[in-house]
Design a protein around this ligand. Structure first.
Ligand SMILES: C[C@@]1(CC(=O)O)c2cc3[nH]c(cc4nc(cc5[nH]c(cc(n2)[C@H]1CCC(=O)O)[C@@](C)(CC(=O)O)[C@@H]5CCC(=O)O)C(CC(=O)O)=C4CCC(=O)O)c(CCC(=O)O)c3CC(=O)O
Ligand SMILES: NC(=O)C1=CN([C@@H]2O[C@H](COP(=O)(O)OP(=O)(O)OC[C@H]3O[C@@H](n4cnc5c(N)ncnc54)[C@H](O)[C@@H]3O)[C@@H](O)[C@H]2O)C=CC1
Length: 218
């Protein structure tokens, strides 16, 4: 399986199953997509504002639900294997993506795995273990949350620098040197993490040094 980032803006995600797993997936996709959850009962309270439909479709009804909702992705998160199987079949039939929460290892073509995710906007790290150890994915996600602290600000600093250096017609080679030096600078990381400096200030400092050095190649 190959990791990709998928834009779900204006797309529909259809989730079957209103337990903790269906709820977790609904919350995840509701960040961006329109999410519809279908389930006879809802044991979790928080579905990220998804539309909750109370129904217990039989396997032969599943295709009709997909027909009406026209989802970009379907999640099979019920505790009924026959239903999850029917969801996967119907998704494959329609050529839409499918996530089966009750499967690891061998997968249907077109299936996707939901990875554990660390977000430090605009930086995203996704973790998966080939389905072997979701608990390990969760553990590593928690570990990486600390490591990634400040990465969002660092991305904003790099973006701001790239823009300013382009505007000043600094050569691409020199631009790359400057940005690489900033990314590798322990003092910049510390400043961003501790709040002793902020993004505009770091950008200003780096540009100031660059100008006082006359933009010479080192
Ligand atoms: C294949 C996959 C399919 C998919 O769902 O996409 C899948 C499948 C299964 N998970 C199971 C169990 C658990 N899953 C978690 C947690 C998470 N599971 C997630 C993803 C995935 N789970 C995909 C693979 C990802 C990878 O490759 O690593 C995460 C990362 C993302 C998310 O779900 O949002 C989220 C962590 C989010 C976070 O906190 O960061 C915990 C821990 C907990 O709950 O505390 C447990 C209990 C401990 C354990 O068993 O490890 C079972 C057994 C069910 C049973 O035996 O009944 C199956 C089915 C099977 O293995 O057959
Ligand atoms: N991917 C993951 O992280 C994990 C996956 N699992 C798997 O995911 C499944 C769901 O996990 P939980 O949410 O904990 O189970 P759960 O048993 O709490 O919830 C299942 C939900 O599916 C609903 N359901 C039953 N028949 C349905 C139908 N015909 N149509 C729509 N909904 C229907 C039930 O009413 C219930 O709300 C488990 O059976 C297990 O195989 C379990 C733990 C973690």
């Amino acid at each position: 399986m190959i990791p990709l980032l998928h834009d779900f803006t204006d797309a529909t995600v259809l989730v079957f199953g209103g337990g903790p797993v269906g709820a977790r997936k609904a919350r995840r996709f509701a960040r961006e997509a329109r999410v519809i959850v279908v389930s006879p009962d809802y044991t979790d309270r928080e579905f990220g504002g998804a539309e909750l439909v109370r129904a217990a479709p039989a396997p032969e009804d599943i295709a009709g639900w997909l027909e009406r909702a026209t989802p970009a992705l379907v999640v099979a998160a019920t505790d009924d294997e026959g239903i999850n199987e029917a969801v996967a079949d119907a998704a494959r039939e329609r050529g839409c993506l499918v996530n089966r929460a009750d499967r690891s290892g061998e997968r249907e073509p077109g299936s996707v795995v939901v990875p554990a995710t660390v977000r430090e906007e605009p930086v995203t790290v996704a973790i998966a273990t080939g389905g072997t150890a979701p608990a390990l994915s969760k553990y590593l996600r928690q570990e990486l949350e600390g490591t990634l602290s400040g990465a969002g600000d660092m991305a904003r600093v790099c973006a701001g620098l790239r823009e300013e250096l382009k505007r000043r017609d600094v050569s691409p080679d020199r631009r790359r040197e400057i940005v690489t030096a900033v990314v590798n600078s322990p003092s910049v990381w510390t400043a961003l993490r501790t709040g002793t400096s902020n993004c505009p200030q770091v950008i200003e400092d780096v540009l100031g040094e660059e100008l006082s050095a006359g933009g010479e190649q080192p």
